[in-house]
Ligand binder design. Structure first.
Ligand SMILES: *Cc1c(COP(=O)(O)O)cnc(C)c1O
Length: 435
């Protein structure tokens, strides 16, 4: 640790729980050949399209989008004005919220990767048992004979809450027997909702990494059990990456240009890294150097910042620095980052920064006041991004973006919140308003 602190002086600030911004020194350098390509993301998108008739039939709230699980891209000019006033900065360009908070089925970004991985597994089983062909209308998966087929198989996952919710709801709908291993910060309402759907919920008094480890170990003992491995799953990652293809369409249809004169900044809340990594990776494939992705983490859980800065990735945890991994941002309460996301993002990520819990609640309150959008605390981590970019000009200068900032687009990824019960949301609002 002493060596690390000497080599990376910024670690002192991280350790002292101060707000930290790290600009990636490897950003934009020529990368090793990546093992994942655009055709992998397109394949994932096509798989979701095959399932769309089924999704539309079992989740009626997706009917008007023909069974695609997608969220709106919303311009939030009043919130931009609030941010400028609150933080005494000028934010040139337009500010948008990608409202994954309002994704159907599970109300968080996990409705992308989590649901995708369950569907991919179900498809593999049904195809290999000769019950389905890729040309079929997948609406037939809602028939009782499929539910009874899937009930021979189990699915398990470890989660801080939202991934468990997505995997649990989707797996139970298909007929799988599903177990969710929940870490200490998982909210009671998420566990209750899952139990009502027949999901087995096992609670741990420990953090996310331990819940995952326990889940993985138990699943390994059972050949009929498929473990969704949030720390290592390429399938999850690709499910998240499909968001980039969808966002590209939304940008086009809203007349938003992304090119050299019109840079795109994306601010993504980061837990273990799969969600923000997948989205950022997909956007990089589509927009190259014209998209600038930043990850945002709670001050008490800066695992990706730590892993990427030291290049130790999953070989370092926030606890190694004496940081407690305790935060009100339950979706981001992860102490050790994914084993592969940081490596994939090595030359693609612009930077990482940390935010205090108070800042999350303050922005939560202001977003509701200004735009009537109610998000959970984790989902506000991105909101600090455009403020930082314009209070510390290093990145814009280094990338020579100053002449183009008036035409910039800033997208804050709003990763969850629409399913939070009203009384809990009221408490969040009150905490934010009191600050
Ligand atoms: C899980 C989650 C994230 C981050 O996703 P990771 O894949 O864990 O990095 C962000 N916001 C919310 C609300 C989440 O539930």
């Amino acid at each position: 640790m002493k060596e690390l602190l000497e080599k990376y002086p910024l670690l002192e600030k991280v350790r002292a729980l101060q707000e930290t911004s790290w600009l990636n020194p490897h950003y934009g350098l020529t990368a090793d050949q990546l093992s994942l390509t655009l055709s992998d993301v397109v394949e994932a998108s096509e798989r979701l399209a095959r399932f769309a008739p089924y999704i539309a039939s079992v989740f009626p709230e997706t009917e008007k989008q023909q069974g695609l699980i997608e969220s709106p891209l919303l311009r939030i000019p009043r919130m931009k004005a609030t941010l400028q006033r609150l933080h005494n900065v000028t934010i040139p360009g337009e500010l948008y919220l990608k409202a994954d908070s309002h994704l159907p089925i599970s109300g968080s970004i996990k409705a992308r990767g989590g649901i995708y991985e369950v569907l991919a597994h179900a498809e593999r089983l049904a195809l290999s048992h000769g019950l389905l062909t890729r040309q079929d209308n997948y609406a037939k998966l809602a028939e009782p004979r499929f539910r009874s087929f899937f009930s021979q198989f189990k699915i398990a996952v470890g989660s801080t809450g939202n991934l468990g919710l997505s995997i649990g709801v989707m797996s139970a709908q298909l007929g799988f027997r599903v177990t969710v291993h929940m870490s200490q910060e998982a909210k009671a309402w998420k566990k209750e909702l899952l139990r009502r759907k027949g999901v087995t919920v096992i609670e741990y008094p420990s953090d996310y990494s331990q819940a995952v480890e326990q889940g993985r170990a138990q699943a390994a003992l059972d050949p009929h059990c498929y473990f969704v491995d949030d720390e290592n799953s390429v399938t999850l990652f690709l499910g998240y990456a499909v968001a980039a293809l969808r966002l590209q369409q939304q940008l086009t249809s809203q007349g938003i240009v992304v090119d050299e004169q019109h840079p795109l900044f994306v601010y993504l809340p980061c837990g273990v890294g799969g969600g923000p990594g997948g989205v950022a990776f997909g956007l990089k494939l589509l927009f190259g150097e014209h998209v600038h992705p930043f990850f945002a983490e709670p001050m008490h859980s800066p695992c990706m910042l730590l892993g990427m800065m030291t290049e130790l990735h999953d070989e370092i945890a926030v606890q190694d620095l004496g940081i407690d991994n305790l935060t009100a941002a339950d979706g981001l309460a992860v102490g050790r980052p994914s084993g592969f996301v940081g490596r994939v993002m090595k030359t693609l990520l612009s930077g990482c920064y940390t935010v205090s819990d108070d800042q999350l609640f303050q922005h939560l309150h202001h977003l509701y006041e200004s735009e009537q959008l109610a998000l959970e605390p984790s989902a506000l981590a991105g909101m600090r991004g455009p403020v930082l970019l314009h209070s510390d000009h290093r990145y814009v200068q280094k990338q020579k973006l100053s002449p183009h900032m008036q035409q910039a687009t800033h997208i804050v990824w709003g990763t969850g919140g629409s399913m939070v019960p009203a009384h809990e949301m009221a408490q969040y609002q009150a905490r934010g308003a009191a600050l």
